[in-house]
Write a protein that binds this ligand. Structure first.
Ligand code: PLP
Length: 448
């Protein structure tokens, strides 16, 4: 890689002067100018390259500049760059058909959105229309997006500045085996107690007022929390018992992240509505949507659905989605994710946990893992406090800095480092990146 410091300075100057960034105090950030990317690597203008261990925002499932996706977008741009949503379009129809083909029986229809937040907005709207009820239950420790309903549903600090919301959301605790809110000692007990808590929440909130429960199948940003056996089927039963729509938010985990088309397929459960975005086309062109069960879709056969978007089912985005299906099927991506997760990542992270006293827990599935850092393994006190910023966040910032210095770009959130590389990552790259993270964790051990 050659350095181009003139370009680096120019990109930085425009960015700092004019780009207003997400979730940030504008004067306190220093965004990395990125010059390019290929596969699991991206590089800056200063001659540094990074293994992308977070797939950008866990959207880049097929890596940077995948030739099939780039070509599909170019071809579509040459044929028909855009068409409004009330007309029929070949790639839009093909993508919807392919999505329903990999969904369970009884999911024939797809509503397309521009991303994950508006997928959740519209799923909630469908549930409200279908049930005639308004309230929605969601988990603490969740993220559902940044539009009004989605940020109210969110169970992390990002919703605080947007509160009070419209009063239609109530939060509950989901299972978290390592840090159980129910003081349970085993996954079985966690499942039983979490379900009892959910049922009490439903009853006390007024079952007849609740339209939907929305759950990230594997909680993403807030911890890579894999549900213990029986939990999601138990949620399904409660939803059936009380006439509540079960919405699975698969924005982060859908399309291969844990080695399934939809993550719920690994947990013996079928929701009523499934929201997706990110991995459906690796975010090459913004796209999200809702997969709708026939029961709910049929409600809107004769009743107008009160929602829509100018870019619903954008042809460039859908062309990249169709190409994604072709690549997944041709290259056996789901099998690859399961294999690499079980054979390479899981043992490597358990080995890392043995070596570093700062590692309290490692957990995940497929190519989606969290390393949870603690001050003390006995007490499980988090290495940095909940919602840490500035000096408080220094120990995790030190790990991230060491990883980046070693050429790996992971994702961190509070006291966790996440490993979520592109699903096309080479085994050699995966091993190298995990080695760098192993080395970087010495920076955390030093704070103990
Ligand atoms: N739901 C989940 C589980 C997510 O992880 C995200 C984004 O990170 C969203 C919803 C929101 O998606 P978007 O940023 O595309 O609106």
């Amino acid at each position: 890689l050659t350095a181009d410091l003139t370009a680096d300075a120019a990109v930085r100057a425009d960015d700092r002067a004019h780009v207003f960034h997400s979730w940030s105090a504008q004067a306190l950030i220093d965004p990395l100018p990125v010059a390019g990317g290929q596969g699991s690597t991206f590089w800056d203008y200063a001659g540094n390259s990074y293994l992308d261990f977070s797939s950008q925002l866990v959207n880049l499932n097929l890596g940077h500049q995948h030739p099939d996706l780039v070509q599909a977008i170019q071809k579509q741009a040459g044929r028909l760059a855009t068409i409004q949503p009330s007309m029929a379009n070949d790639v839009r129809g093909e993508l919807a058909r392919r999505i329903s083909d990999v969904a369970p029986d009884g999911f024939e229809k797809v509503f397309f959105t521009n991303g994950g937040a508006d997928a959740n907005e519209n799923a909630v709207r469908m549930a409200r229309q279908f049930t005639g009820r308004r309230k929605v239950l969601s988990m603490y420790r969740s993220y559902h997006g940044n539009t009004t309903t989605a940020i109210s549903l969110t169970g992390d600090p990002r919703r605080w500045a947007n509160e009070p919301g419209d009063g239609s959301v109530a939060h509950f605790f989901g299972p978290y085996t390592y840090r159980s809110p129910f003081h349970s000692d085993s996954p079985e007990q966690e499942t039983a107690r979490a379900l009892e808590h959910l049922e009490q929440t439903i009853v006390l909130e007024g079952a007849q007022t609740i339209a939907a429960v929305i759950i990230e199948t594997v909680v993403g940003t807030n911890g890579v929390l894999v549900p213990p056996p029986g939990y999601l089927p138990g949620v399904r039963e409660l939803c059936d018992k009380y006439g509540i729509v079960y919405i699975a938010d698969e924005v982060m985990v859908g399309f291969g992240r844990i080695g399934e088309w939809f993550a719920f397929q690994a947990f013996d459960v079928v929701p009523d509505l499934v929201t997706f975005a990110k991995g459906v086309n690796s975010g090459y062109v913004p796209l999200g949507g809702v997969v709708i069960s026939d029961r709910i879709a049929e409600h809107f056969d004769t009743v107008t659905f009160p929602g829509g978007l100018t870019y619903s089912g954008h042809p460039l985005a859908c062309a990249a989605g169709v190409a994604t299906f072709e690549v997944f099927e041709r290259d056996g991506i789901l099998e690859r994710v399961r294999d690499l997760g079980q054979r390479v990542v899981e043992p490597a992270l358990h080995e890392i946990a043995r070596r570093h006293p700062s590692v309290g827990d490692v957990r995940g599935r497929g190519l989606f893992w969290a390393i949870e850092l603690v001050r003390d393994r006995e007490s499980r006190e988090p290495l940095v406090p909940f919602n840490a910023t500035g000096v408080d966040a220094a120990p995790v910032a030190a790990v991230m800095a060491a990883a980046k210095k070693g050429g790996v770009w992971p994702f961190s959130h509070f006291n966790r480092v996440h490993v979520a590389p592109p699903l096309v990552i080479e085994e050699e790259e995966l091993v190298r990146g995990l080695d760098v993270i192993d080395g970087a964790l010495h920076a955390a051990d030093e704070y103990l």
